[in-house]
Ligand binder design. Structure first.
Ligand code: HEC
Ligand code: HEC
Length: 336
């Protein structure tokens, strides 16, 4: 069976145990502002002890079949929780199909994954655990392996009043990820706090281009620099199997080549770029948009060839660098 079909099959099976529902094709697109407190499901309130439990799980290599890979192996704190690779490496050297995205501000996302099809962090956590090229664990075996850990058992009882199980595991991992927030970039001081000197003149000119003539904000609007929906940005003139984007989930031919628009926050740290990590630098990305994409038939009509002077390109790069905020690293210093 194809890996992604298998993954969906397993996921539905596990859901029966832990009482979560799939977000079907059209999710409820609520508007959530970055500068507001992080949203969370009513049944899974945030607490510092739950964040600590989730953090321990996130860095625990026992989550993988051969105890070699933790969530943090592919979501590395110092790289904004991405991993600097084109695609990631899982158990037994297996390669993922896609580039690992940042997890900063992931708690604000309305839909997860490049296919924009998973509605909650609680649900998402099951996918890498079971995926053969990532952690390759069955949930039942994993719980049996982890419930001998006295910290996990004690905290499950104290925080959830139950034995350590998939419910505790998914709620804690989700809560830890909701604590990964980055909203202290120079751009935030410029945009939110109206400090005009927070970013250079060149970056301000780059922001004017990005939000004005180039209208990059139609898909990458602040403060997240994504509208969270899947779009076709003409990365290829033809999207071959296996990765035709969101099409592979819903089989809707209008979804071919559509991938969830990535956030551009901390973009300097999340190289290489695009769902397949095929672009090594931001200069490569700008060349792609200058060309107006590769004319895929379903490419978004707003993408047309554009003319950029060297100075304008430098201004755009200066603007993109104002989206870097490493203040979140204070908590993770000793882990790198
Ligand atoms: C082997 C590498 C690997 C491991 C291990 C891994 N991930 Fe990922 N993660 C990825 C890749 C690749 C994607 C993108 C998948 C896609 O969109 O199809 C991803 C996507 C995600 C997303 C969606 C983010 C978004 O913006 O849509 C979340 C959340 C996430 N991972 C959390 C976790 C958690 C929690 C764990 C541990 C239980 C974990 N990951 C383990 C590689 C990995
Ligand atoms: C029609 C929507 C759309 C517009 C307009 C658009 N983008 Fe994108 N952008 C996307 C999508 C979709 C992706 C991811 C494509 C993929 O992974 O295959 C992306 C990816 C990127 C990335 C790489 C992000 C990463 O983490 O991999 C950067 C940087 C970027 N765009 C910058 C820009 C700039 C600069 C502009 C304006 C010139 C722009 N975009 C206009 C939809 C758009």
């Amino acid at each position: 069976m194809h890996a992604s079909v298998m993954k969906r099959f397993n996921t539905v099976f596990v859901l029966a145990f832990i009482g979560l529902t799939f977000c079907c094709s059209k999710c409820d697109q609520k508007d959530i502002a970055l500068y507001e407190p992080i949203p969370f499901p009513k049944e899974n309130p945030i607490s510092s002890d739950k964040i600590a439990l989730g953090e321990r799980l996130f860095f625990d290599k026992r989550l993988s079949k051969d105890n070699s890979i933790s969530c943090a192996s592919c979501h590395v704190p110092s790289l904004a929780f991405s991993d600097g690779r084109k695609v990631s490496i899982g158990v037994n050297g297996g390669l993922t199909e896609r580039n690992a995205p940042t997890l900063l501000n992931v708690g604000y996302q309305k839909t997860l994954m490049f296919d924009a099809h998973i509605s909650s962090l609680e649900l998402q956590a099951i996918v890498p655990i079971q995926e053969h090229v990532e952690m390759d664990m069955s949930m039942i075996d994993l719980i049996n392996k982890l419930k001998v850990d006295s910290y996990y058992t004690r905290e499950a009882k104290r925080l959830f009043n139950r034995t350590f199980d998939a419910y505790v595991l998914t709620r804690s991992l989700a809560t830890f990820q909701r604590s990964l927030i980055s909203q202290n970039a120079p751009f935030d001081r410029f945009y939110r706090d109206k400090q005009t000197n927070a970013i250079s003149q060149s970056a301000q000119l780059g922001w004017n281009l990005f939000s004005g003539r180039l209208n990059c904000v139609s898909c990458h609007p602040p403060p997240f620099f994504t509208h969270f929906k899947a779009e076709n940005n003409g990365l290829y003139s033809k999207y071959d199997q296996p990765d035709k984007g969101r099409f592979r989930i819903f089989n809707d031919s209008s979804d071919i080549g559509k991938f969830k628009v990535p956030s551009l926050r901390n973009i300097e740290l999340t190289f290489p770029y695009m769902h397949d990590g095929s672009m090594r630098s931001l200069a490569d990305v700008l060349r792609h948009y200058e060309k107006g994409g590769n004319n895929h038939p379903l490419q978004h009509p707003s993408l047309k060839p554009i003319v950029l002077s060297e100075k304008e390109k430098a201004n755009l790069l200066a603007f993109l660098s104002t989206l870097t905020d490493t203040s979140y690293m204070v908590r993770f210093k000793k882990m790198n």
